[in-house]
Design a protein around this ligand. Structure first.
Ligand SMILES: *[C@@H]1O[C@H](CO)[C@@H](O)[C@H](O)[C@H]1NC(C)=O
Ligand SMILES: *[C@@H]1O[C@H](CO)[C@@H](O)[C@H](O)[C@H]1NC(C)=O
Length: 387
């Protein structure tokens, strides 16, 4: 007996019915297509039931990746910076260094103010202040009892202030209450705290033409860069600093494209503390940006929840301590994201974990002098202490 595959319902009444029976097996091709379509009803439905949820699942899990990968199509790169060549050697006089940059030398150096919004980066703050100490007039630090994402947080600096006795005579400290607005864009709280930092700077006594460093705690200008800028005349009024981008420690060098840190010749009533692009000029090779350079896994978890892109924690297992430790040692991405780049070449070039670096040359001096205390920041020491 001839079998009609997949099709055995007789109650339909469409035009295919009479050509699908065994008696129509010699019918011409149009009818055969009809039969096949009929036969596929069930299979197609099954397929649909599998494919559609899979597609939704893939987009849900990897939607961010898809959109990042396609970014070169819908977004063009920002205007390139004009890079100023940076000259430095410890044995070259300041007069010569200024001249190499096309600047003159001053009779006395400018005063320098280093202002930061502090969250919980105790270790990196120590490195920063030790690096800049010789040339900074006032360290200005503001902390809030709210994270940018509106979570309550302890005043971490206040409770560790005794560790920073070495800056005490040059420290202007302020704390500020969070506004704890539910569901607000984190950038609003951040902007609010930056305005408060402007006020704290005036309290610290900043005045016309003093140098002001605007950067996050983990964006550390090298001390010779700041020394150069305070001694030379005619430097640009606003100068971005190109920093080497590290992740987790100085073992993972991502690139040298960190640009947000800037140095300003302060203008009363005009200079506003900001962390976005404020000029087109950038000084090459001016220091280090060490993101997520924490001693304890608990600090990683706090930062992942607290910072302005906390929406990147899409799954709770991202906060699993064991996973975080593995990600750190591999140099992989904590949020399982694709590189944020503007060209396919750059995206593809940065896919996968960051290669290990074995260089600890040209790092902050204090780090090498206190290597026993800051091992976790040096190559070959990716395992974090518990706590
Ligand atoms: C730097 O200068 C000192 C003293 O002038 C000299 O002894 C030393 O050899 C110089 N170092 C380098 C690397 O040129
Ligand atoms: C945050 O600080 C402000 C001002 O110091 C205080 O009034 C408020 O109760 C604090 N909130 C929390 C959650 O600690």
């Amino acid at each position: 007996m001839y079998e009609v595959p997949y099709y055995n319902s007789k109650k339909t009444d469409d035009i295919c019915e009479d050509v699908c029976g065994p008696e129509a097996r010699a019918a011409f091709s149009m009818s055969r297509v009809c039969c096949i379509l009929k036969g596929m009803d069930f299979k197609a439905l099954l397929l649909l039931l599998i494919i559609v949820p899979t597609c939704i699942g893939v987009v849900y899990l990897h939607g961010q990746k898809i959109s990042y990968f396609l970014r070169p199509i819908w977004e063009s790169p920002p205007k390139l910076f004009h890079d100023i060549p940076h000259y430095y050697h410890e044995n070259v006089t300041m007069e010569n260094l200024c001249k190499l940059h096309g600047w003159g030398i001053r009779e006395i150096p400018r005063r320098v103010f280093d202002a930061v919004l502090f969250s919980n980066e105790i270790d990196i703050l120590t490195l920063r202040w030790k690096e800049l100490y010789p040339y900074v007039t006032q360290f200005v630090l503001l902390e809030s009892n709210s994270t940018f994402t509106g979570l309550p947080k302890p005043l971490v600096f206040a409770s560790h202030r005794d560790r920073f006795k070495f800056v005490e005579p040059r420290l202007t400290y302020g704390d500020i209450g969070g506004r704890f607005r539910k569901g607000e864009n984190p950038f609003v709280e951040e902007a609010f705290q930056r305005v408060a930092l402007d006020q704290l700077l005036r309290i610290a006594g900043i005045s016309e033409d003093d140098l002001l460093i605007m950067s996050d705690v983990d964006e550390i200008p090298s001390s010779h860069t700041i020394n150069l800028l305070r001694w030379c005349d005619n430097i640009p009024p606003i100068l971005h600093l190109r920093l080497k981008n590290y992740l987790y420690s100085f073992e993972f060098l991502l690139d040298d494209n960190s640009w947000r840190a800037s140095v300003h010749r302060y203008q009363p009533g005009k200079t506003r503390y900001a962390h976005f692009r404020q000029s087109d000029i950038i000084l090459s090779d001016s220091g280090w940006h060490c993101s997520f350079c924490f001693r304890y896994i608990s600090e990683f978890i706090f930062k992942m929840k607290a910072y302005s892109h906390s929406d990147r924690v899409r799954f709770s297992h991202y906060l699993n301590p064991k996973r975080i430790q593995d990600v750190i040692c591999k140099g992989a991405d904590l949020f399982d994201m694709l590189p944020e780049e503007y060209t396919f070449k750059d995206i593809i070039g940065k896919l996968g974990p960051i290669p290990h670096s074995y260089s600890a040359v040209h790092l902050p001096a204090y780090l090498l002098n206190s290597a026993d205390k800051y091992k976790f920041l040096l190559p070959g020491n990716c395992r974090r202490e518990s706590g």
